[in-house]
Write a new protein. Sequence first.
Length: 224
Amino acid sequence: MLRHLAIIMDGNGRWAKNRFKPRFFGHQEGAKTIHSITETCVKKGIKYLSLYAFSTENWNRPKKEIDFLMNLLEKYLHEQTQTYLDSNIIFKVIGDISVFNSKLQEKIHHLQSITAESCNGLTQILALNYGAKDELRRAFLKIQNKNLPITQESITQNLDTAGIPEVDMLIRTGGEQRLSNFLLWQSAYAELFFTKTLWPDFGSDELEAMIEKFATRQRRFGAI
Ligand code: FPP
């Protein structure tokens, strides 16, 4: 069953370059794809959609690009607030957002709390300043502070994704075939899908075809 879909949204920069435009242009277009793909997932009845928006490694990009992405995020959250409510989408962030400016943090907290209160449809999980290794490190610290034993269960329950089921299907756009530190623990048994399509070009038809393919894969979870 497809309960949790995770997507590594790659290829914005190349999409823009192919059009002789600055990288920013690709990110702007990529934000529109977030909207359309989320709506497709709502229609398909998927309960959890995780999107890799900004990794702990993305700080190595030029400051101008980072600033642009932060502004785009703030604008996106502002513009999409009504859409989240209208489409019954719960918004959740994973990753360490304590490094973001306080206005952005406030916007994130606000959207999380109003959608948690009034929505019960798809949960859209946006990974921001997220890295799976950093998430595990923070989980171990929480376990230590709570004096809990280290078990698979305590680790799962202290990750940012506590309460969210494991990833069933993971898609990476943009042609690379790697996980890039995204939801490593949660994707232990995920079915992996890679496409050369650049994220701004990724459309509902391709997603739906992948979902059909996913349904034909036999998942044995280590059994025979
Ligand atoms: C990869 O493209 C994409 C990202 C760095 C993150 C995804 C960001 C967006 C979809 C922009 C909008 C986000 C929000 C939440 C408003 P890349 O720059 O690595 O592309 P490249 O591999 O072609 O250079």
